[in-house]
Design a binder for this molecule. Sequence first.
Ligand code: CP
Length: 314
Amino acid sequence: MEEKLSVNHLLGIKNINQNDIKLIFKTADNFKTVINRSIKRVPSLRDITVANIFFENSTRTRVSFELAEKRLSADIVNFSSTSSSVSKGETLIDTVNNILAMKVDMVVMRHPAPGAAVFLAKNTNTQVINAGDGTHEHPTQALLDAYSIKEKLGDVKGKKIAIIGDILHSRVAISNILCLKKLGAEVMVCGPATLIPKYIGSMGVKIEYNLQNALKWCDVANMLRIQLERQDIKYFPSLREYTMQYGINLQTLQNLEKEIVIMHPGPINRGVEITSDVADHNQSIILNQVENGVAIRMAVLYLLAMKKTENVKN
Ligand code: CP
């Protein structure tokens, strides 16, 4: 019997289990082979229509989902808040129900409000994939990050991953912690005390305020951007001081007595959390993460579509 996901939507890593993650990885392995062929398209989602609704800026996630859908032969509609009637005061549910009336099967949504994807799944009759909801979750980013670690180091279990930077405003950090813990990794967060949320210890992670200690401990450093657009007060004196305390440069890497893997979900602020020579270093897997994002999103779209077919049959 074909393996299935335990969920009908991908709202967060919180809602899926280890078997789901392993199934997504196994399916992504197959799709990675497909997208590296000269003919990159398969008919798996033919006759399925996906709406990509982005109410917040995005490069990687938006393009990656669109490419994943195209590679699976889905029909696609794209819209953003500025180009839609949301800007005229229409509610999110009305907007989505109008799209669904045009026979859309699945919605991929990025939204600035935490919980927006859950709200949509509860209040509309469609399959929802969360492409990032405020400071809450970014599940496909966490999946592609963990997949990239597995690809580079052979396994995630037992590996030591340090997530460094603006943890307080980061949906990537939350989803990564949940995903990595479900796969048996040890996780540490590191940053200024003002950017480490008080509840984070309850997620079973180590907390470190000193960058050198974090780098000496870890196998992988996942560097996060300072999310100035979500900060309405000052959390540190200046970006320059942040970089001096928590930025990684080539010298920092070379001073370590071992090789660590460098990751970044993007977008990178070169010269702030990471210098160009580190971003482009052969220990960096930043572009592998982007490449793997397409295969992971193909896997998620495909497995959710299979789930819908199963629900219709029953
Ligand atoms: N990593 C990520 O979510 O990047 P975008 O904001 O460009 O989609």
